[in-house]
Design a protein around this ligand. Structure first.
Ligand SMILES: [Zn+2]
Ligand SMILES: [Zn+2]
Length: 146
């Protein structure tokens, strides 16, 4: 399993990735500020090897979401919108075609990307792991507790 999280050190902006988490031991060092962050890699998974709570902050509330590259999705929509706007007067076929194509690419991407688990409290992300059926999709009410 891979863990990805923003360095909890407030003065540091690093995004830390470590893989496999199973071999992280009891801490992961930030490559930028060299703070060692405590991690409970083995204590946080159950006997079946499923994630039960966040190894980083011990929070037991986690959610599952599609591992969709959101920045790419947004960029695609903006680009398609701009092309569409620029060609609307001269060639409406291209203008609408571009929008349809962007929607289609978004849809295909959504279908092919895998799922990942994330922590409500610290937003750490966990990939390449089997999903715990007890973790549900993102819930705004739960999220607002944090
Ligand atoms: Zn750091
Ligand atoms: Zn957490």
């Amino acid at each position: 399993m891979q863990i990805r999280f923003h360095c909890p050190n407030e003065t540091c902006v690093a995004i830390i990735e470590f893989e496999p988490l199973e071999e992280a031991g009891d801490s992961i060092e930030c490559p930028r500020c060299h703070t060692r962050h405590k991690i409970e890699a083995t204590q946080s998974v159950n006997q079946a090897g499923l994630l039960e709570r966040c190894p980083l902050c011990s929070c037991s509330e986690m959610f599952v979401r599609k591992d969709f590259p959101q920045a790419f999705g947004v960029a695609l929509v903006i680009l398609a919108g701009a092309i569409s706007f620029a060609t609307l007067k001269s060639n409406s076929t291209i203008a609408y075609g571009v929008l349809l194509l962007a929607m289609f690419v978004d849809f295909v991407l959504y279908m092919v990307v895998g799922k990942m688990t994330a922590c409500y409290a610290c937003r750490a992300e966990f990939r390449e792991a089997e999903l715990n059926p007890e973790h549900e999709g993102f819930d705004l009410a739960t999220s607002e507790k944090y």
